[in-house]
Design a protein. Structure first.
Length: 291
């Protein structure tokens, strides 16, 4: 039996970098929202473990998080089962949308089902944390506050489905370089994400829009000044409650009221800053279905 795993993207509504860790990683405090832009991962039985990808620019060996996740699951479960993994990419690469991490979570969930391992979400989360910082979030999805390296996930209880115009410029941002440009201690201190979480739970569009924050915007904008200009132009349309860069970039998004969503996406598209999507928040992470 083959399985199809839907692997969603995310946007960061709040991202503070707390400190640089001795192991070279960073502790963060971030609020992430899964969105309905997604990759598809097909998982089928096979004698060996292989990966193919619709994007020829992406590696299909152990440099790809999908295969790394599969090998990590092998180790955790003491299994050497095979699978044929076929990845169809839609989420732009190096955009701060978590595509690679979501695909890795999709591999964990899909292979857990295909191989009949029966591992609970907590055990999969432990494997996810070893694969990458954001992978555990995509096993849960929805809206969540994530701390540590991003692997400590606390679900935010909200039924609100925020709507965004998502703009993906034709430029990629190096995540290590963006973090490397931060000087500690960070000044001035950023806003506490707690207030944003409360407004998110309440479905307060204006309140969430005014609380958007990303510590990595400044280094990313210094590396690519066109991103700073793009954010300003999105804000100048007057169609959004708030505008922010996601993750370490380069994707930009505008949060808007549902009734003006189509208008807002149209205005963002007219700016010709890059590929533009109308996306909405979703209440889940990766989803596994039989084919």
């Amino acid at each position: 039996m083959a399985l199809l795993v839907r692997c969603p993207a995310k946007v960061n509504l709040h991202l503070e970098v707390v400190r640089r860790r001795p192991d070279g990683y960073h502790d963060i405090d971030t609020v992430m929202q899964a969105i309905d832009l997604h990759d598809d991962l097909r998982v089928e039985p096979a004698d060996d473990l292989t990966l193919t990808c619709s994007d020829p620019a992406l590696p299909t060996d152990e440099r790809n998080l999908v295969l790394r996740a599969a090998l990590a699951l092998h180790e955790a479960a003491g299994s050497r089962a095979g699978a044929r993994l076929s990845l169809t990419k839609r989420i732009p690469d190096r955009a701060g949308l978590g595509g690679g991490s979501s695909d890795a979570a999709g591999a964990l969930a899909g292979l857990n089902a295909l191989w009949g391992l029966g591992l609970p979400r907590g055990a999969l989360g432990d494997v996810a944390a070893r694969v990458g910082s954001d992978v555990a979030f995509f096993l849960t999805g929805g809206a969540a506050r994530c701390t540590g390296r991003g692997e400590v996930v606390e679900r935010i209880p909200t039924a609100w489905q925020p709507r965004f115009a998502l703009v993906c410029p034709d430029v990629g941002v190096s995540t290590p370089e963006a973090y490397g440009r931060l000087s500690f201690p960070l000044t001035p201190p950023g806003p506490d994400g707690t207030m944003l979480c409360r407004r998110l739970i309440a479905g307060d569009v204006a309140g969430v829009g005014s609380a958007l924050f990303n510590r990595l915007e400044r280094p990313a904008f210094d590396m690519h000044p066109a991103l700073r200009e793009g954010k300003a132009r999105l804000a100048e349309t007057g169609a959004f409650a708030g505008v922010l860069m996601s993750g370490s970039g380069s994707a930009l998004f505008g949060l808007c009221e549902g009734p003006v969503w189509d208008l807002a996406v149209g205005r963002a598209t007219d700016l010709q800053l890059g590929t533009c999507y109308g996306v909405r928040g979703i209440a889940q992470g990766v989803v596994v279905t039989p084919v």
